[in-house]
Design a protein around this ligand. Sequence first.
Ligand code: SF4
Length: 455
Amino acid sequence: MVQRRLSPASDGDTAIEAIERLPPSHRAMQPTRRHIISDTQGEHDPEFQAGQRSAAYRLHLRRRRPVNLHKLRPWRTIERRISRQIMVGNVSVGGDAPITVQTMTNTATTDVEATVDQIERCVDAGADIVRVSVPDKASAATFGRIVDASPVPLVADIHFHYQRAIEAAEAGAACLRINPGNIGSAERERTVIDAAVANGCSIRIGVNAGSLERRLLEKYGEPCPQAMVESALDHVRILEDHGFSEYKISCKASDVFMAVAAYRDLAEHTDAPIHLGITEAGSMVPGTVSSAIGIGSLLWDGIGDTLRVSLSADPVEEVRVGYEILKSLGLRRRGVTVIACPSCARQGFDVIRTVREIEERLAHIRVPVTLSIIGCVVNGPGEALMTDVGFTGGGKDAGMVYVSGKASQKMSNEEMIDHLVELVARKARQIETDASNAEGTATIQVDPRFLSRNG
Ligand code: SF4
């Protein structure tokens, strides 16, 4: 994709300022602008700190020189499109806010207990925002109780019935997802906008290739990126003409090519925050692969302010996959990242079983820590250099433990798992303490019950 950079529009006047002075209806059509953020939110960012201490980085630290991470690792840089920032409840979306992870409940919205339980499990896995479908009047009636119990802002998912949007807004939805293809007339949409304004909701214009307006299908002959973007921008005009700018946009398709093309085009036509997704991506493995390719490509282009991975699986898995995509691109960091080899005949211990057990026992940790578990000395010492904690198999029924890239002690394979879990938990506590001291606020508690299976 061509990355567009805007040069100053006039003396002392940046293109960004010029855009901001335009009437909203024109502003929505201005090309995008970008800034560099990459994973390099700075060496002072606690999310960034862990796992970034390669040998070269440590060398800089030892020499006590300022570290310019863009120069050190230019190949990690992503130029993120600058969007307008909106609020979804108390969560910022767009601008320089972290890219948020969303999912959607699949319980009956009328079953408040099951829905709240699922939301809480998703939040534990890292969801920043959760969407809940409001398909009928009975669901709208229970939606408010779910809002009250939810630890994160909720998006009400609306199709066909604009009245459900109004009821959800009044019940406390942080955002209304409306589908331009089935919400009905512009007049109905204006009624929804009035409800959003009255109740402090944002709106997502959620275009889906599978439910485009008949008019656009007749014009283009079939669902295509141009039709999707035209649908989105038509509805942007309605919102902007109504003076409403607290909106974000998605253009989802199950076809990765179509979705990526639509999002790239959309990003050139609006400064609104963009919600990414490959819709109906399928079950765990194919859906993860499609989403990683589609969402990952767009994020790598710098496009995207929030995302939802759609899987025919537990919503918790959607959150995990969403986070892993962001982690792979260094755009967010959370929890223990395990770098492990696939194992082969050289392995000095059972790598696969070890990784499975350790990931399970460390799943509760939220601060970013990196751990390498490598079967032999071919790659073990090298990977350990770049991780907070490491273990490399090699000797007879024993291997080497590494801490902060340095060989620490020999350890029997039998004792290794408990020891690594303890080391990682200790590292997590240290990072929390450092962050707490730096910011004067406590962050995340590590539950000591998870330090050992027998604890
Ligand atoms: S690191 Fe060693 S054990 Fe692991 S896959 Fe490579 S050669 Fe095999």
